[in-house]
Design a protein around this ligand. Structure first.
Ligand SMILES: Cc1cc2nc3c(=O)[nH]c(=O)nc-3n(C[C@H](O)[C@H](O)[C@H](O)COP(=O)(O)OP(=O)(O)OC[C@H]3O[C@@H](n4cnc5c(N)ncnc54)[C@H](O)[C@@H]3O)c2cc1C
Length: 468
């Protein structure tokens, strides 16, 4: 059959799988020979100061698996280490590429990069196609009756649910057309060392990478999804899916997860569906308000808050040494594993901003450096939610009490003890505020660096002042 193109190129980025993949599926259907490429982009990697970055290893392992999977299909993956435009330009010439296929990315830097590649394609007189793949609804697909972007979650979600149905969730199959992958052999995979990076502890902390890692977690979560609503807020219980890193790098298909949520029919799956929609809510916020990625408050009236920004407090927070066990355990989880449970992200973020009076942008940047699942839209959305500067955020006068949060969500202190074993001598009543115990002097753990009640009053004054 005559195809639109003889040779085309699929450019993988944050979609590291070869099934249910929009760009790959369309390229295979429209071309005789599909070549695939992943670029370790020097522009991004050069900016990373820490050369032992878990994310780089996650990507490297996942790209390796993708390459092996394409080799099994008698094709290959070109793995370049270069600036995106240089690598693409070279491959276009070498393989006489007539069209580039890729999945859209909504982060401001990525939009800029893709515009440059579109221009390159125009100059080289070839086609450039990008597809929606990372989300179910994008850009202007969910708007208010006045055709404006939503800034409040519930009406956004209600409209979203009206448009969502299992029958309209597309499947971007690749298997039926897989023979159109080009049969060629590329060079061996570049090593992490060749790019100046080192292996981390992903193995030890049991992060399974790639499509197989994603599938393992999905299968595991299927058994637990019905209980999600009841268990999701307790960090010591395996209640959540832990799929965020796979959503970040596209080693699972988001449509597959929506199908799972829609077909599970339980109160747990309904709540989980909500969370997947929150993810897209923040994507559309970033798309419509790219200035939030530049440190701007979503709500302009909070732009002028003058935080105290005590560097000692910030340091203690990053090290998990504030003297508030639930906050410290959360920060130690982040530092040790690159993950933090959602309830703890809310508690730790609120504590930094409204107890320690440190600018939310400092915390946002710290999470961005440490989280393996770091996603600009969700991280910014989460921080602005906690700092009350965001759309549909926590009201400014609502301030989490770290002790009551701890009592509610880690009542027996199981999570706290896991990350701060020295607190194991305390009983369920003492562990949330150990400084009140007579035995406190026996252990090596800091006194609270601030008093929650008095800091709360200061925070309220700060926010009230910024509004006047
Ligand atoms: C301050 C702060 C920073 C955050 N930074 C990030 C980040 O960088 N990357 C990230 O993926 N999530 C972030 N979140 C959202 C949330 O904490 C994580 O998505 C979640 O903890 C990941 O665990 P999970 O995959 O087990 O989630 P589950 O509870 O199983 O949820 C399933 C999926 O839904 C999405 N999701 C869940 N909660 C949220 C939410 N509140 N906002 C947006 N999407 C959500 C995620 O993609 C998640 O993988 C942040 C939240 C806060 C409060």
């Amino acid at each position: 059959m005559n195809k639109k193109f003889n040779n085309s190129l699929v450019w993988f980025r944050r979609d590291l799988r070869d099934y249910d993949h929009a760009a790959l599926s369309f390229a295979l259907q429209e071309s005789n020979h599909v070549f695939c490429i992943f670029i370790f982009d020097k522009e991004i990697l050069n900016a990373l100061k820490n050369k032992q970055d878990r994310r780089v290893e996650f990507i490297w392992e996942s790209v390796k698996e993708l390459k092996e999977s394409l080799i099994e299909k008698n094709s290959d993956l070109i793995v370049a280490y270069d600036f995106a435009s240089d690598a693409i330009s070279r491959v276009i010439d070498e393989f006489k590429i007539e069209a580039i296929y890729t999945n859209r990315d909504y982060e401001p830097q990525a939009i800029k990069r893709d515009a440059a590649i579109k221009n390159l394609a125009i100059k080289k007189n070839i086609a450039f196609y990008d597809f929606k793949d990372q989300v179910v609804f994008e850009k202007n697909e969910i708007l208010t009756a006045l055709a404006k972007p939503y800034t409040v979650f519930t009406p956004y979600k209600n409209n979203y649910l009206k448009k969502l149905s299992i029958t309209t969730l597309p499947r971007f199959d690749t298997e039926p057309f897989i023979k159109n992958l080009s049969q060629f052999k590329s060079t061996p995979m570049i090593t992490l060392k060749d790019m100046g990076f080192h292996f981390t502890d992903l193995d030890q902390i049991k992060i399974h990478t790639g499509m197989t890692g994603g599938k393992l977690l999905v299968e595991d979560f299927k058994k637990r999804i019905a209980l999600y609503k009841k268990t999701r807020d307790f960090p010591s219980i395996k209640g959540v899916s832990y799929l965020s890193v796979h959503l970040r790098f596209g080693t699972v298909s988001v449509r597959q997860l929506f199908r799972l949520a829609l077909e599970s029919f339980s109160e747990g799956s309904e709540t989980w569906l909500n969370e997947l929609i929150w993810r897209e809510f923040y994507f559309q916020i970033l798309f419509h308000r790219p200035d939030v990625a530049l440190g701007k408050a979503f709500k302009k009236e909070y732009e002028s808050i003058v935080f105290e920004n005590n560097p000692k407090y910030f340091k203690a927070w990053t090290e998990g040494k504030t003297g508030y066990p639930i906050v410290d355990a959360a920060m130690r989880q982040l530092n040790q594993t690159g993950f933090m449970h959602n309830r703890l992200r809310m508690i730790a973020a609120s504590f930094l901003v409204k107890d320690l009076l440190v600018d939310w942008r400092w915390g946002e940047a710290y999470f961005a450096e440490k989280l393996i699942d770091f996603d600009l839209s969700a991280n910014n959305g989460g921080w602005q939610w906690a700092a009350s500067t965001g759309c549909d955020a926590q009201p400014w006068f609502r301030i989490f009490n770290p002790i009551t949060q701890s009592l509610r969500f880690d009542p027996e202190g199981k999570f706290i003890k896991k990350y701060i074993p020295e607190l194991s001598i305390f009983n369920d009543d003492e562990i949330h505020s150990p400084w009140l115990s007579q035995n406190f002097h026996k252990i090596n753990y800091p006194q609270p660096i601030i008093d929650h009640a008095s800091q709360r009053i200061k925070a309220l004054a700060l926010y009230r002042h910024s509004k006047t």
